[in-house]
Each structure stands twice: as structure tokens, then as C-alpha cells.
Design a binder for this molecule. Structure first.
Ligand code: GAL
Length: 348
């Protein structure tokens, strides 16, 4: 009797021990090995955003997450709040967690190549979302034609300013590679015109107050200018504030990008010449569809590539749209980006 009880207890103990071991598929295998994605799995995507300070990024997040979850994937969203080191930690966390894909809206496009390399060594694909991570061989760069953004801004000023007009150029963050793409397009058009850029400044971390300070300093220094080119509408809002304080808001021509609500209001009120609308819902939806396929082990199919300083990266390029008083109703309101009553809020 005693022997039986000992035997039973031993058997129970051995069974409990076996059931507590992690099952790693047939043959046990190496627990460190990357989990092979499979269509039955719920792929896990790590997504690190620069910040949500600027209006558009919350739309990008909402559409990306909802599209990915409709496709059966889970998205772990982290926000770096403009801190490049925090973004590195977030990506390293995703690598340790063994996610199936990492999506990055880079704070510093020039400071992530080592971190991306670590992800690739762990077998995790990395997607540059909207901002190209340089020298990193991302698996995909998906964005708009940012050079065209600069071209549109410059063309609008060429078409509007007087001959020999002078421009204050307030670019976005120097660590955002989109800024150099947009500058390439902008400078090429200005070089062929009779306009002159009398001052060029950059806004670190896209800090909007930079534009307020640059405009005020130019006015204080007696710089004469007819137009202000802003890297985005957030900067344009602050430039507009400074111009307003000097009663210049209705004469100096202002341009930006992102079709922020405040910029669209200024366009219908005649105090901003144009903005560049980038259908971020389209970008986020297409990105989520592609990333979920990549997370399930597919290779991205693109016709374009872009040089990231070392590698040619597959480039999914979307087309931006120039928005002025003439087409804002059709593009922005009929397109559902902002409601009519919002855009025309300050007008009877
Ligand atoms: C850039 C992007 C712009 C704008 C900016 C922040 O990377 O190309 O569309 O969103 O960030 O306002």
C-alpha cells in the first residue's frame, strides 16, 4: 500500500513537472529562436512614434492600429516624445519581446542604424514609416513623395510673390530626413525663379515656437521678406502669430504642409497661401496592410527604391496634394479630412 502511494505521488510530480515546461514546438528547439510567423498567429507589431504633439500623427496611429487589428494583428504603440534615446530603448524592448515587425516614425533618422541592425540580426523586419531611417537597410520605407512637397511649396510662392520676392525659410527638424528631401524640391524650383531665400533656419524636434522666434528676429533685424516657407503647418501657426503681432499676416504669404485644421482655416481666411495635404489615412492603411503581410513572413513588393546612404531601400511612395483656396472644399472637406463647419469656423 505504502509503495503504491509513493509511486503515485512520484508519477504526479513528474507529470506536473513535464506540463510546466514551455512547449516550443516539435523537438523543443531553441527557445531563443525567433517565432516563425504564421497566418494562424496573431502577429505582434511594435510601433514607435516620435511624438503626438503634431496633429497628424494621432490619425496615423488610429488608422494604422485599426487596420492592423482588422487584419488580425496586434500593435504595441510607444511614444518617444521627441527623445531619440527613448526611441532606441523602445525598439530594443520590441526586439527583446520578439515582435514580428517593428515600425518606426524616427525622432532621429540618422541615429538608428545600429538599433535597426540589432533587430535584423534578431530576424525582425523594420519599416521606416514616413521618415527614412538612414544607413540602416530598412525592409521598407513608406511615405509620400517628400521632394514633391518642397516643389509644391516653392511653386506656390513663385506663382504668388512679386518678381524678386524674398523668402524666409523655416525648415523642419534637421534630424528628419524628409526635410532634406523637401528642401531638394524647394531649392530646385527657387533656383530657377527670380525669388531669393534671405534666411534659412531649422526647427529642432519640429519645435513650432522656433518659427515665432525666427520671424520676430527677422523683423527686429530689419530683414525684408514677402513670403515665409514653413516646414509644416505647426510652424506656420507660430509664424502667423508673429506676423499678426506686426500686422503683416495679410500681406506676407505663408506656406506649410500637413493640412492641419488651423492652416485650412487660415487658407479660407486668406492668411495662408497653401498647405500640402498628405492623405495620412491612406498612408496608414496601406502601411498597416503591408506590415501585417511582412509580419507574416512576406517580402514587400515595391517598384521604387530610395538610397538610405548605404543601401537601396524598397520605397512605397504616395502622392501629396497641393491645397489652396481654390480646391480646399473638394480636397479637404469633400475628402473628409476636416468638416466644413470646422474649416469655416471664423467666417460668417
Ligand atoms: C515630417 C513629415 C511631415 C510632417 C512633419 C511633422 O516627417 O514628413 O508630413 O508630418 O514630419 O509635422
Amino acid at each position: 500500500m505504502k509503495r503504491t502511494r509513493v509511486y503515485q505521488r512520484t508519477l504526479t510530480l513528474v507529470l506536473a513537472l513535464l506540463l510546466s515546461l514551455p512547449f516550443t514546438g516539435c523537438g523543443g528547439g531553441n527557445a531563443e529562436a525567433k517565432k516563425e510567423p504564421s497566418s494562424e498567429d496573431k502577429p505582434l507589431i511594435g510601433m514607435s512614434f516620435d511624438s503626438f504633439l503634431i496633429e497628424r500623427w494621432q490619425r496615423d496611429r488610429d488608422v494604422f492600429v485599426s487596420t492592423a487589428s482588422e487584419l488580425g494583428a496586434e500593435v504595441n504603440v510607444q511614444i518617444a516624445n521627441g527623445d531619440a534615446n527613448e526611441q532606441v530603448s523602445q525598439i530594443e524592448y520590441f526586439i527583446k519581446k520578439g515582435v514580428d515587425a517593428i515600425v518606426v516614425i524616427a525622432v532621429d533618422c540618422y541615429g538608428l542604424s545600429d538599433t535597426v541592425q540589432k533587430a535584423r540580426e534578431a530576424g525582425i523586419p523594420v519599416i521606416s514609416y514616413d521618415r527614412l531611417i538612414m544607413n540602416a537597410n530598412s525592409d521598407l520605407y513608406i511615405s509620400f513623395d517628400n521632394e514633391m512637397v518642397g516643389t509644391m511649396m516653392a511653386q506656390a510662392l513663385v506663382d504668388s510673390l512679386p518678381h524678386g520676392g524674398k523668402i524666409l525659410s523655416i525648415c523642419g527638424s534637421p534630424t528628419d530626413q524628409n526635410v532634406s528631401q523637401a528642401n531638394r524640391g524647394f531649392d530646385a524650383v527657387i533656383a530657377k525663379s527670380d525669388l531669393t531665400v534671405v534666411a534659412e533656419e531649422y526647427a529642432s524636434n519640429w519645435l513650432a515656437e522656433t518659427a515665432y522666434n525666427v520671424v520676430n528676429k527677422a523683423i527686429a533685424d530689419g530683414v525684408v521678406f514677402d513670403g515665409v516657407r514653413c516646414g509644416n503647418d505647426d510652424l506656420a501657426s507660430q509664424a502667423f502669430l508673429a506676423l499678426s503681432e506686426h500686422r503683416l499676416a495679410s500681406t506676407v504669404r505663408l506656406v506649410g504642409q500637413d493640412a492641419d485644421l488651423a492652416a485650412c482655416q487660415r487658407i479660407v481666411e486668406g492668411t495662408q497661401l497653401m498647405t500640402v495635404y498628405k492623405p495620412v489615412e491612406k498612408l496608414a492603411k496601406e502601411a498597416a496592410e503591408i506590415v501585417v503581410r511582412i509580419a507574416r513572413g512576406e517580402k514587400p513588393q515595391t517598384t521604387d527604391t530610395i538610397f538610405d546612404g548605404v543601401y537601396d531601400v524598397p520605397y512605397k511612395k504616395l502622392t501629396p496634394i497641393m491645397v489652396t483656396r481654390d480646391n480646399i472644399d473638394e480636397v479637404i472637406i469633400d475628402g473628409g479630412f476636416h468638416r466644413k463647419e470646422q474649416v469655416y469656423l471664423n467666417l460668417d
